[in-house]
Design a protein around this ligand. Structure first.
Ligand SMILES: Nc1ncnc2c1ncn2[C@@H]1O[C@H](COP(=O)(O)OP(=O)(O)OP(=O)(O)O)[C@@H](O)[C@H]1O
Length: 653
């Protein structure tokens, strides 16, 4: 049988390539690294993710501008996140505006102090100078208070918004069907939840501050420069044209570079999670070196992509600084000459130069913001893509309830079911007709790849049939509410997945709100109680990660007790293949008998004892039923089951 995704998928710890102090994954975050320390642009290497066995998992090969619809969808997501926070966000904006205006007043007050305050003080009147000093202090206090208010407000808005985003991703990932998760690995979901959300966080935390401060400062200073002295202001304005060209170039390049860096980090997270999940297999097959070198190549690709991104930042910030310094030198030369000519006051020149320094600084900020925006835009695209993924097994808008007065609960019917896993995939089940009356236990057997697990997946509605219908008590599964379907029909998979927590908590998963007495009663009924009593803390024993602390037999007993507590009308059981010692095997058989009593069961059977205990056996081959009947009768005939039975009994000696 194929390894079945369990109801609790095996999700790796959210661990990444470079865990930070907070334990989150480090990511391609736009750095404010000094451009001088940035190495020259590295040539992008061949993508190691496309090497055999390491196919790219999360990314297209290159990063064209996103299609308009995708960009629109990301913006819609951002607006929907911001909508509940309109008022606090507006208050934060006002605080930022106040802070910037208070800052901008500084050089004007200094100019006034130099040109009027100091000469008047020299003449014996200290009042104008004192007023300028008091004004400066007042502006300083106002600016500090406004900054405090801004930080408090923006932090609370930002964090609430991120909480909302994380909640949406997690909720949606839980709603998406198993069919989706079979393709979209848990690593990719984790990448959405960690590094992509972090990119959005960086944008949210830095954007209001960086972008708006830049815009307010640049606009305010432009107006002030024009007002202070037109000829000098024209020199500054002339420098804007090359700056705009540089910014355009930078936007395009940094978007590409950060998009690539994000893809490589997503690949690292996915592969890291996969390797850690399969660590036993990796070590058993001594695959460490292969995995290590493959991971190294991914890490190198990440380094190269990030270095490339930093190289773009380095070129841009260097260009902005150079332009700014040339403009500053020209203003100083022309302004100094005009002061000497008596054409311009010294204080005005001083204020002009002070403003000019502040004029170019925000452009550096703008570069950082553009990077953050590029990273966040690419993250938001991925998150919004994920959030709009529709369920391939949607819940009906108007569910049909199961008939309340049916005499027997749990008649399962496959009516002319055709099934393929995807368009263009081969037909796995073809015209399957099967009725399992309420209370009957059916064992499904057949060669590997015959379609046994697929029958279970369709009955559990992990997939919908491509043709025909699966019905429970006469109602098409597609018309049943999810809650009702999960209550009536429970799938117990081979892995017997246990969550971190105690044994009791793991049993109670089946029925939230079950009391300790309910749990103990279920364990008594299946016989698990005596097996579990050997555990150090009984029901309160921590099973540790994925039930590592329990033996295979104990895990099966917990899983069966869980199914017993769920008390479904139909039980789908993908029997574990691992062999157990004789006493445990007997205990599991007894538990199965308790769980199966009085309910419909479809068992994908691997043990002869299970098959013989069933009311009916189905022999499946290539998605069709070859034989159908009571096990002993089929064993006595000379059909495929008789041959299987003979092989089984011979192999058991
Ligand atoms: N998620 C999937 N996507 C595409 N094909 C799949 C998927 N799962 C199973 N198949 C294919 O469907 C066919 C039937 O698989 P299924 O797991 O139902 O067989 P099985 O009888 O349970 O086999 P086994 O006993 O080996 O698990 C196989 O050819 C398999 O390759």
């Amino acid at each position: 049988m194929t390894a079945e995704p369990t109801t609790g998928a095996t999700v790796p710890e959210p661990t990444g390539p470079r865990p930070t102090a907070g334990g989150t994954v480090s990511e391609p975050r736009p750095d404010r690294a000094s451009p001088a320390r940035v190495p020259p642009l590295a040539k992008p290497r061949a993508d190691p993710a496309t090497e055999p066995g390491w196919e790219a998992v999360d990314a297209p090969a290159d990063h064209p501008e996103p299609p308009k619809e995708q960009a629109r969808r990301s913006r819609r997501l951002l607006y929907s996140l911001l909508r509940p926070w309109v008022w606090p966000s507006s208050a934060a904006l006002v605080a930022l505006l106040v802070e910037n205006l208070a800052q901008l007043a500084g050089p004007l007050l200094i100019a006034r102090a130099i040109d009027h305050g100091v000469p008047r003080a020299t003449a014996g009147d200290a009042t104008p100078l004192t007023l300028c000093v008091v004004g400066l202090i007042g502006c300083g206090v106002l600016s500090a208070a406004a900054r405090y208010g801004f930080f408090r407000l923006s932090a609370s808005v930002g964090q609430s918004l991120l909480l909302d985003l994380r909640t949406r991703i997690f909720r949606h990932s839980q709603r998406l069907p198993v069919a989706f998760h079979e393709n979209y690995t848990s690593g990719r979901v984790i990448s959405r939840l960690t590094s992509d959300v972090d990119a959005v966080r960086d944008l949210v935390e830095a954007s209001l501050d960086g972008l708006l401060t830049s815009v307010i400062t640049v606009t305010g200073i432009t107006v002030l420069l024009l007002w202070l002295d037109l000829p000098l202001a024209l020199i500054v304005l002339a420098s804007i044209a090359p700056l705009l060209m540089m910014t355009r170039w930078f936007r395009r390049r940094s978007r590409q570079a950060y998009g690539q860096a994000r893809d490589t980090v997503a690949n690292i997270i996915v592969r890291f999670g996969e390797t850690m999940n399969a660590i036993r297999a990796v070590q058993a097959f001594r695959a460490e070196r292969t995995k290590h070198s493959a991971m190294n190549r991914l890490n190198e690709a990440f380094r190269d992509a990030h270095t490339e991104a930093l190289g773009v930042v380095a070129r841009y910030t260097a260009g902005v600084r150079l332009t700014g310094n040339i403009a500053l030198a020209l203003v100083l030369a022309l302004g100094g000459w005009r002061v000497a000519e008596g054409d311009l006051q010294l204080g005005v020149l001083a204020a002009f130069l002070l403003y000019l320094r502040r004029f170019y600084d925000p452009l550096d900020e703008l570069a950082t913001f553009t990077n953050l925006y590029a990273a966040a835009a690419s993250a938001l695209e991925k998150i919004s893509d994920f959030l709009v993924t529709p369920s391939s097994v949607p819940e009906p808008a108007v569910p049909v309830p199961l008939p309340p007065d049916r005499p027997h609960r749990g008649t399962l019917r496959f009516r002319s079911v055709d099934f393929r896993y995807g368009p263009g995939s081969p037909l796995i089940l073809e015209g399957l007709d099967l009725t399992v009356p309420a209370g009957q236990t059916v064992a499904v057997v057949g060669a590997t790849g015959a379609g046994k697990s697929t029958v279970g997946k369709l009955a559990a509605r992990f997939y919908d049939p491509s043709g025909g219908a699966v019905l429970l008590d006469g109602v098409d599964l597609r018309e049943l509410a999810d809650g009702e379907l999960r209550r009536e029909l429970v799938l117990v998979t081979q892995e017997n997945f246990l969550f971190s927590g105690t044994v009791a908590e793991n049993i109670a998963v089946a029925r939230p709100g079950a009391t300790g007495a309910d749990i103990r009663a279920a364990a008594e009924a299946t016989g698990a109680a005596s097996l579990l009593s050997t555990l150090p803390e009984g029901y309160d024993t921590e099973v540790r990660k994925r039930g590592n602390r329990l033996s295979a037999g104990q895990r099966q007993m917990v899983a069966l007790t869980r199914a017993f507590l769920a008390d479904p009308a139909v039980l789908l059981l993908d029997e574990a293949t691992s062999s157990l010692d004789i006493p445990t095997e007997r205990a599991v058989q007894r538990a199965m008998a308790a769980v199966l009593a009085d309910r419909t069961a479809v068992i994908i059977a691997h043990r002869l004892s299970t098959v013989l205990a069933a009311d009916r056996v189905l022999v499946l081959a290539k998605g069709r039923i070859l034989e159908d009947g009571p096990p002993l009768r089929l064993a006595e005939s000379d059909g495929p089951f008789a041959k299987l039975y003979e092989r089984w009994t011979t192999s058991m000696g």
